[in-house]
Design a protein around this ligand. Sequence first.
Ligand code: NDP
Length: 445
Amino acid sequence: MNILKSVHDQVVARNPNEPEFLQAVEEVLESLEPVAEKHPEWVAAGIFDRLVEPERQIVFRVSWVDDDGQVHVNRGFRVQFNSAIGPYKGGLRLHPSVNLGIIKFLGFEQIFKNSLTGLPIGGGKGGSDFNPRGRSDHEIMRFCQSFMTELWRHVGPDTDVPAGDIGTGAREIGYMYGQYKRLSNTHTGVLTGKGLDWGGSLVRTQATGYGLCYFMEEAMKAKGKSFKQSTVSISGSGNVAIFAHEKATEMGAKVVTMSDSDGYIHDPDGVDLELIKEIKLVRRARIHEYAKEKPNATYTQGCTGIWTVPCDIALPSATQNELDGDAAAALIKNGCFAVGEGANMPATPDAVKQFLENKIIYGPAKAANAGGVATSALEMSQNSMRLSWSFEEVDEKLQQIMVDIYKAASEAAAEYGDADNLVLGSNIAGFEKVATSMYQHGVAY
Ligand code: NDP
């Protein structure tokens, strides 16, 4: 880094103890160096300095009472990172690992991802260090209501529209929306991922996983490859993983692995998706139950070994930094030719470096998993128009958006002299629209 070194140094000094945020910023700034060279007016207007500082960070207490009457206190977050091209938009993560640095990394990535969709949405993210695991429905409901009792004053259909993420699915969105409606006395599109009877969009549930497959199919087509007759390894067994499995299988692939945070299953016959849905969505149980019911499948405790299972295509869809340099080396050695990120930042910088050096078809998260937020934006459009589109209509729009994202990222990569480098291409293509907007809005003195 040269022109952007001072921006980088300032971020490091200002945000100690936030390694995931720094990791995300470093990757983006490295990609943007040639853009800074080409646009001295953006450097002079402080666009890069402003880009790495959230517009607003809200941290709040969330107290709630468990089924035994005991009081618990969690911490809630909403980082409203950048509203240059539209209202803040990004999910709410409920997981014990959540802290301000994690939410900032996710919010920062969201700026570029949302811009890449071509839709008018800014970047934000939120959540809490609440652990939903093992909690009853009533406990989840009380937590979600308490969380929204503070959050509602900061969000709105034209201000900030949160959605789901790890630990926040249809049930949680329902409880949060109910509380928002009670407090605000309005019925508006303030959250996405809503139930179909009260403003939700068809395809939103499937969108991230489906979109990931549409994006990767397009990227692979350019290199004469396809999901057809390929072996696929997927990590995670949540919303993204399940619908990536569904679409990859529909496209002719065989998915042989899935995981949760305890371990992974390998089924050489192909992972039975209906059984996974039953275990994870109905029973809300652990994935090791799968191996008990499928004699040819094995269960392995621990998550990292999943990438040693031979596959043609890997779709990491669980969490950040789940695929490290050793895992990348194992995938490459076993002949894997494509990696598409369903999760946000699942590959470590070392892993990404190896993918790029070995000419693996690599779809970075901000491009490859943008289908979820794109469909959320389509949900917002339907809410504003008070209309709902059919499954086919939304799915068709989603496919087109993913093809367009691939086109924008690959064209930007080629323009900046490193064709096929979709990390570079998506960072630049996502950034340019945001930078142009910030520049045109001027600086508030
Ligand atoms: P879910 O909560 O539905 O599923 C998450 C899955 O990942 C679960 O199988 C979970 O296992 C596993 N997991 C979570 N944390 C860890 C961990 N620390 N180590 C190993 N495994 C873990 O979340 P989603 O499917 O919605 O999200 C998955 C990823 O996709 C996240 O990175 C999210 O930010 C990203 N994403 C999600 C979008 C969406 O539309 N939902 C949109 C774009 C990106 P367990 O059950 O044991 O917790």
